[in-house]
Design a binder for this molecule. Structure first.
Ligand code: OSB
Ligand code: MG
Length: 368
């Protein structure tokens, strides 16, 4: 389809509560929405950057410049039959997967809408629901985390993830396990540790955690393999996996038993499918990770999480978990920790125009 018009929206959504991880604290989610238009159809995508390069080396202003100057301006007026055709136009640009993912996903949405198919059918799934978990940030007092867990369990979330950092790890898990001995619980360290701190992981190993997400540095897949040999709890990689090649190498080395696939981090849906299929062949379960996306980005995660090897609940929580006000309203039906995806074409929803205008801080239009 020939791309006739592109609009890039830079939006700001206030979080209900700050979200703290070992790399920092996020109070407002800034994110980029990509809208592409062709033959009367519209496709939406989201490049869910963070404002600073704390999680990966990408960050919003850098990604925005790249999109404006070198990606969006270059694809305007071009004709794409498949997402691969689109990827070929920018694959010479290294990295910057979060930026690329927003455009790639917008094309998937556009192609699905043109065909009149919900995205999950384009991905080959027949299943139209997925189970969701929730990711809880670091708090000063573990009592606050315990209250949050109670609330989220009542809302039906199927898996609880808590963020840890040195000094706020074993004790926090111990206290949570005293109150909730059997819940599906995992921890995410966001690369805050090194192998010198192996004793911490040996202790965490006793708490029957579903997995430990990204304990060591993103480029430390050798040390992750050493750690995985010593502990029984499965290691899940997040930051280390930017591509199918990264996943292949990590699995070959035994660096993890689970992978968190974030379409944003790997450049979109094409790479997501490659990683998903490879992991399935190797018996590595996957789940869909999030970047505190708006309802647009999250709805992609819902569709993706229907694929057959996404056997663990994802971080595609409901908008009500994140924002005072999202740009998508009442969109993603949540029934006791399960998202039931609509059969509308594409991702099946659009931003509310009024809310989008209200939360847009910058808008750039490309027109032929
Ligand atoms: O490590 O998975 C992560 C949010 C921003 C950056 C990195 C991470 C996260 C989360 C929250 O854990 C995921 C979500 O609920 O969207
Ligand atoms: Mg993570």
């Amino acid at each position: 389809m020939k791309i006739e018009k592109i609009t890039l929206y830079h939006i700001k959504l206030k979080l209900k509560q700050p979200f703290e991880t070992s790399f920092g604290r996020i109070e407002t989610k800034e994110t980029l929405l990509v809208k592409i238009e062709s033959q009367g159809f519209i496709g939406w995508g989201e490049s869910a950057h963070l404002t600073l390069p704390l999680y990966t080396s990408e960050y919003l202003e850098g990604g925005k410049t790249l999109l404006v100057k070198h990606i969006l301006s270059n694809i305007l007026g071009k004709d794409f039959k498949t997402p691969k055709d689109l990827i070929n136009t920018y694959s010479f640009l290294k990295g910057n997967n979060i930026s690329k993912a927003g455009v790639e996903m917008a094309l998937w949405d556009l192609l699905a809408r043109k065909k009149g198919l919900p995205l999950y059918k384009m991905l080959g799934s027949n299943n139209h629901s997925c189970e969701i978990g929730v990711s809880i940030g670091i708090e000063k007092d573990t009592k606050i985390i315990i209250e949050k867990i109670k609330k989220y369990l009542l809302e039906g979330y199927k898996r609880i993830k808590i963020k840890i950092k040195p000094g706020q790890d074993i004790e926090v898990v111990k206290k949570i396990r005293e109150v909730f001995p059997d819940i599906s619980l995992m921890v995410d360290a966001n690369s805050a540790y090194s192998l010198d701190q192996i004793d911490i992981f040996k202790k965490l190993d006793k708490y029957n955690l579903l997995m430990i997400e990204q304990p060591l540095a993103d480029d430390d897949i050798i040390d992750h393999a050493k750690l995985q040999k010593i502990i029984n709890t499965p290691i899940c990689l997040d930051e280390s996996i930017h591509s199918f090649e990264d996943a292949r190498k990590a699995i070959e080395l035994g660096s993890c038993k689970i992978i968190n696939i974030k379409p944003a981090r790997v450049g979109g849906i094409n790479e997501t499918i490659k990683i998903h299929d490879f992991c399935q062949k190797r018996g590595i379960p996957v789940w869909v990770g999030g970047m505190l996306e708006s309802g647009i980005g999250k709805s992609f995660l819902d569709h993706i999480a229907t694929m057959s090897n996404f056997t663990l609940p994802g971080d595609n929580s409901d908008s009500s978990r994140y924002f005072e006000e999202d740009i998508v309203e009442n969109s993603r039906l949540q029934d006791k920790g399960v998202i039931n995806i609509s059969d509308n074409p594409g991702i099946g929803l659009e931003p509310n125009q009024e809310l989008l205008n209200k939360h847009t801080v910058d808008k750039i239009i490309f027109d032929i």
